[in-house]
Design a protein around this ligand. Structure first.
Ligand code: ZN
Length: 520
């Protein structure tokens, strides 16, 4: 039978039937799932708050950037042209503190942690954003924005910098959190501490230089920008006065994102600055908040020592992005088992398809064809509907947990068919090719939880491990020589060969069927 891979996903994903399938995303501002409609049809402008690179990336970062990576991939698979901006806050109190402690330049601290970020996110399959603006490269835009806010009466200067006056736009207070200005004022009584701001809620736009701190010139003396204004200035630079999606961790809703709303909307006069505000949930470890003092703080590099990056990605996607996730040994081991299952099936499909290529000129077996097509058509039907269900799950505010369960269900049927004796070899090969396309589309390009072809084959059949294949001839020759030495009772020679094999990372087991070897 003729089966084309890929064709069905293109129909499922894009273009959508407007009434039937539309991507819905939860907007923190409107507090509901809303149909996604970008300002310019077919194009998406998306900004996600990036890291403050004062320390290596941790599990919370992994979760956030994997969640928005999935959104990025799904928007592109749906046919949108996505412009993705993610910043680096490369100047900050914590960066300065570490630089001073180590006696090095603050940019050295920032750069080494930005390198760590790229390294671990690449390993986690997080596709790169289109732009990674850095605060230290956007000082002009930041200063310009602050000047406009002062001119419009939304900001004021003081002895210690420039402050945004929250009471100049009280209607914008609590846009994302629903907090009232009164409640925050009541909770913050007596916290005006050392600063020279007028009201407790006012936040810094520009911080006057302190000794031993990097500083830039400005109309208000030398200093450096406050954290919130940076994101407003960088999104304005890349997208203009409004854009489609703004993302970040749940903890950034207040004050960071509400401050961005104050700054951007008061500066440009355009509201809302953001179409949809998206926030990912917290990461907990063994039921507790991750913290250095509790000793359960995991950097991504720590996690890689125990778990494969793809397993970590699988585990973090196996929960809805808005829900909190509790990282535990059980969660990671479950992910390991599930990720292995789909890798094994993928590996088996690749091997079956390759065997089919070798058999290609063989005519189809005469019997069995009718039965085998009925058997196949029914299963292909199920697998195609699973792809559609996975697409619907992702359209429903990125329900990656449900989408992964559809992938598992599909892999199970694929494995059943590949192991079935009801179909002939050519149909098996043809089905294998279809299955490879199905898995690469959903589990690979969209969810990012498939290994490479070589790794998948080695998981399915360890004898196909490329490392093993590379040394196979040499190992077989050494084993043959060892066997001769043993027959001749030349134990010294036999031991010498065994040592050589150990050095190559080869473990030899003597069985009644002869020597069996494996790679460590
Ligand atoms: Zn930000």
């Amino acid at each position: 039978m003729e089966i084309s891979s890929h064709a069905f996903m293109i129909e499922v994903c894009y273009p959508r039937d407007e009434k039937d399938m539309t991507l819905h995303l939860y907007d923190t501002r409107r507090k509901e799932k809303v149909p996604f409609q970008p300002a310019v049809p077919g194009k998406v402008q998306m900004y996600v708050c990036g890291i403050t690179p004062y320390s290596p990336s941790h599990l919370g970062h992994a979760r956030c950037y994997i969640a928005f990576d999935l959104l990025h991939r799904w928007l592109e698979a749906s046919g949108y042209d996505v412009d993705y901006v993610q910043n680096f806050t490369d100047i900050d109190d914590k960066i300065i503190k570490i630089a001073n402690e180590e006696g090095i330049d603050f940019l050295e601290v920032a750069n080494r942690n930005i390198e760590d970020y790229y390294r671990v996110m690449d390993a986690l399959g997080v596709e790169r954003a289109d732009h990674y603006p850095r605060v230290t490269e956007h000082l002009d835009g930041i200063i310009n924005m602050i000047e406009i806010l002062i001119q419009k009466g939304h900001a004021y200067t003081s002895s210690d910098g420039v402050w945004f006056s929250v009471s100049s736009a009280p209607e914008k207070f609590g846009t994302l959190t629903g907090n009232t200005i009164e409640a925050v004022q009541a909770g913050g009584s007596g916290r005006l501490d050392k600063s020279d701001k007028r009201e407790h809620n006012d936040f810094a736009l520009w911080k006057a230089a302190k000794p031993d701190e990097p500083a830039w010139d400005s109309p208000w003396g030398s200093g450096r920008p406050g954290w919130h204004i940076e994101c407003s200035a960088m999104s304005l630079h890349h997208f203009g006065e409004s854009f489609d999606i703004h993302g970040g961790g749940f903890d950034l809703r207040f004050p960071h994102h509400e401050a961005e709303i104050f700054q951007s909307e008061c500066c440009t006069g355009k509201e809302p600055v953001v179409g949809i505000w998206m926030h990912n949930g917290f990461v907990r470890v063994d039921g507790e908040k991750m913290s250095k003092s509790l000793g359960n703080f995991w950097t991504v590099t720590d996690a890689f020592k125990i778990y494969d990056p793809i397993v970590l990605r699988y585990a973090l996607l196996n929960a809805h992005y808005r829900n909190p996730i509790d990282v535990s040994e059980q969660l990671l081991n479950d992910a390991k088992g599930n990720q292995r299952k789909i890798s094994e099936t993928y590996g088996q499909a690749i091997v079956s398809a390759e065997q089919g290529e070798a058999l290609a000129p063989l005519p189809p077996l005469p019997e069995g064809n009718i039965e085998s097509s009925e058997f196949l058509i029914q299963r292909i039907g199920i697998i195609e509907s699973l792809a559609e269900e996975a697409a619907r799950a992702l359209d429903d505010d990125l329900n990656s947990r449900l989408a992964l369960s559809k992938v598992q269900a599909g892999a199970k049927i694929i494995s059943e068919v590949l192991n079935s004796d009801q179909i002939d070899e050519t149909d098996t090969a043809s089905f294998a090719t279809f299955s490879i396309g199905w898995m690469e589309e959903i589990a690979g390009s969209i969810l990012g939880v498939l290994p490479t072809k070589e790794i998948a084959k080695a998981i399915y059949d360890p004898r196909l491990d490329p490392k093993r294949v590379a040394i196979r001839d040499e190992v077989e020759a050494l084993l043959a020589r060892r066997s001769i030495a043993r027959h001749a009772k030349d134990w010294a020679a036999a031991d010498e060969i065994r040592d050589a094999l150990t050095e190559m990372g080869v473990t030899v087991k003597d069985t009644s069927d002869g020597a069996v070897w494996s790679l460590d």
